[in-house]
Design a protein around this ligand. Structure first.
Ligand SMILES: [Zn+2]
Length: 186
């Protein structure tokens, strides 16, 4: 009985330590994260209410880096935002708004959404990456150097492709990040 009680106490103590360790880790995560620079994943910028929010953030001066999507991800915009714009219209709006960001000294890099489960082929991924880079060069006049994957979902094929296209993968928790549509959802 005494032995049993000892074991029980030890287990309780270990559990308490685990909980404390967990809380300490969470506090550490929030403290370090709050000091990281804020980056925005830009997806809904073609919508006027999101755009107003984006402009405000730029003028307030607390964002510098934007991981932006391109019309290459048109299907995503259709499903996620139910947009009625054509791909061409979307391209025109995005191009204009991204150029405004550049003129206002913001730094733009690439954001692509593949597929949450990553049941997407190498060829399908390559098509999205290639088209995005081409769009960047044509509309914005430069090639992105960094890449953030939507939902942070990627696989071995993605890694190969990023090497091929000379893009640096940005991992979750490297920056503090938000989506451009946060707070403007109806
Ligand atoms: Zn995203």
């Amino acid at each position: 009985m005494i032995i049993y009680k000892g074991v029980k106490n030890k287990m309780e103590q270990e559990n308490k330590m685990k909980t404390l360790k967990h809380i300490a880790e969470r506090i550490y995560f929030h403290l370090t994260n709050s000091r990281k620079p804020l980056t925005i994943h830009t997806e809904g910028i073609f919508m006027d209410n999101v755009w107003e929010n984006v402009k405000k953030k730029v003028l307030d001066g607390n964002v510098l880096t934007w991981y932006v999507m391109t019309p290459a991800n048109y299907n995503y915009f259709k499903v996620f935002f139910n947009t009625k714009y054509s791909k061409k219209q979307l391209s025109k709006i995005m191009s204009k708004r991204y150029r405004w960001l550049l003129e206002n000294k913001q730094h733009l890099e690439l954001h692509i959404h593949f597929n949450k489960l990553m049941n997407i082929t190498y060829q399908e991924q390559e098509k999205l990456i290639k088209e995005s880079i081409e769009w960047f060069k044509k509309e914005l006049g430069f090639k992105p150097k960094e890449f953030v994957s939507g939902w942070y979902a990627y696989n071995k094929e993605t890694i190969k492709l990023l090497k091929k296209y000379n893009l640096k993968l940005i991992h979750q928790n490297k920056y503090k990040e938000k989506h451009d549509y946060n707070g403007v959802r109806k």
